[in-house]
Design a protein around this ligand. Structure first.
Ligand SMILES: [Zn+2]
Length: 158
């Protein structure tokens, strides 16, 4: 399958190519397949999920290539790392989120919701500035329970 058939906004595709070039890295088919795969994944994905999707686009993509590409994708700002305190990381493509994203994490069914939280971003920066510090990142996570009632799946389906 041709990686270019995946519906990645052209502008983002260009940004990723520019980013690779700026880092002195080659624009390879494998890197492009991984990048496209990240945008086909629903919401949050693990490195292993990304490997599966990337292999559907280009079966020469190896696990090592995915693990080496992930830091590049996060540095480029096109993908975010979402650490929910497990021994593996989740990732999410920055599709059209323009404001700070907080996560609501259901510990009963492992569903992760992203919510716009611009106020939290402002609050964090203000607190840091009062201390004379520069903010380099922020994280807000709300841990919830659904008691396996199925309500998370219903919300996610909306
Ligand atoms: Zn749940």
């Amino acid at each position: 399958m041709d990686a270019t058939k995946v519906d990645v906004p052209e502008e983002l595709d260009e940004n990723f190519k520019k980013f690779l070039t700026s880092k002195g890295l080659r624009v390879t088919n494998q890197r492009l397949a991984i990048f496209s795969a990240a945008f086909t994944c629903e919401n949050h994905f693990t490195a292993e999920d990304l490997l599966d999707s990337a292999r559907k686009l280009d079966d020469s993509v190896s696990r090592a290539t995915v693990y080496r590409a992930l830091p590049l994708l996060t540095q480029s700002g096109l993908i975010r790392e979402v650490d929910v305190g497990k021994d593996y990381k989740y990732y999410a493509a920055n599709k059209d989120a323009k404001t700070f994203q907080a996560q609501v994490i259901c510990e009963d069914c492992d569903t992760i919701f992203e919510i716009d939280a611009p106020f939290m971003e402002w609050y964090g920066k203000t607190v840091a500035e009062k201390l004379g510090l520069t903010t380099v990142g922020q994280r807000l996570q709300v841990i919830t329970k659904c008691h396996k009632s199925g309500s998370c799946k219903n919300i996610a389906a909306k």
